[in-house]
Design a protein around this ligand. Sequence first.
Ligand SMILES: [Zn+2]
Length: 95
Amino acid sequence: MPSRKRSATRKQREEFEAGFTSLDGLFERAERAQGELDSRREAAYRSRSCERKMHYDTRADAEDAIARCEERGRHGLHCYRCEFCGGWHLTSRQG
Ligand SMILES: [Zn+2]
């Protein structure tokens, strides 16, 4: 029966569109959750790379600290300019 078939098709279409709508909502929620995750990651990165570290005002101060560490047998330290506070921190990782 053609009319019944058309009706079934329209029902499927409606369900499909309804599914799309709720998928959009899901996507928006996922994006918002991702944004929150990013800001938590940012905060964790900031804490790890800046707030929990010794702060040096100048590269010379940081290099001086590295030299003192090397005198005590702590080798492999590097300093880097901090993107958060504009000061200098030490890291044991290259770069
Ligand atoms: Zn910093």
